[in-house]
Design a protein around this ligand. Sequence first.
Ligand SMILES: C[S@@+](CC[C@H](N)C(=O)[O-])C[C@H]1O[C@@H](n2cnc3c(N)ncnc32)[C@H](O)[C@@H]1O
Length: 345
Amino acid sequence: MSTNDTTDDADSTDRTDTSNTTGSTDLDAGSSSKCGASTAGSTADSASTADSGSTTDSASKCGGSNGAATKREATDERVGSSADDFAADPGRLVAVGLGPGQPDGMTARARAALSAADHIVGYTTYIELLPEDVVESAEELYDTPMCGEVSRTEEAIDRALAGNDVAIIGSGDPNVYALAGLALEILESKGATAEAVDFEVVPGVPAAQSCGARLGAPLVNDTVSVSLSDHLTPMDEIESRLHAVAPEGFTIAIYNPWSRKRRENFETCCDILLEHRDPETPVGIVHGAGREDERVEIVELGELEDLGETDLIDMTTTILVGNAETYVWDDRMVTPRGYESKYDY
Ligand SMILES: C[S@@+](CC[C@H](N)C(=O)[O-])C[C@H]1O[C@@H](n2cnc3c(N)ncnc32)[C@H](O)[C@@H]1O
């Protein structure tokens, strides 16, 4: 398992964040204590639900609260172990998609899964987006403000293996550039099984769909998603994927579009799209869908690159590039499904 771990999460690299390494590899995933990770607990003591069977007790293995009275207490505790280190019966592990941001964008199933969880683990921004009643009902919240996905996911898994019912959360859907796959990979690497922790994915509304809804109907026909993050996929591979889909009839949803360290990726993406598509192709830009700072713009492809240098486009933005049929009507993007070729209306 890699030890270098850069978060890909929305908000992690927005242009107002000067305290962190924007879009770069940040901290060692194997060192959650360096992440400024915080465990926030109520009165629960995770030692009561876990017995690691190793030399440390479960509270120290799992960042247990030790009866902490507040939900914002820093911890130096470190997790990291194999399934065999835990003698207790495992709890559950649920990967929950929060949708775009505000509580009313969350599915009822996601909310129920969060209410049922003893521990909720996530990137700080997502923990902060949780509804108050969910925060109140959780025994512990564990968040990492600037550390990466691997340490956080491992933390969630160790807590589940120690006997706790755990939800690991993220924006949108856990299957879209998110942690569902990583959770299964780490479970496997620890010698655990998905069945042992009753692993489940609770879907959420992905950013492309939340943003599509704000723009009208841009996604009604074939759509592909491309992430411009070169943290896990080399840029030359991203470029060849863009070349592959740009000439086709797809609407393209662009995730992770811009950060200070990825501005060249964005420029390259715009150049490739313009090689294949008309500069007048409609492009929808949604920043912070469902959040307080939501902004929605419809522009033309030829204008897109310059907008990378404005605060409309950052790591909480999703861009939807229309296909050759997409047009703008009444301030809405419309991608025809093809009904007009079969029916009179
Ligand atoms: C690591 S990906 C996570 C995607 C998420 N799992 C999903 O299903 O939408 C992060 C990217 O999702 C997009 N994103 C997430 N939340 C968003 C929001 N509220 N508005 C617009 N884009 C968002 C941005 O492109 C961001 O860079």
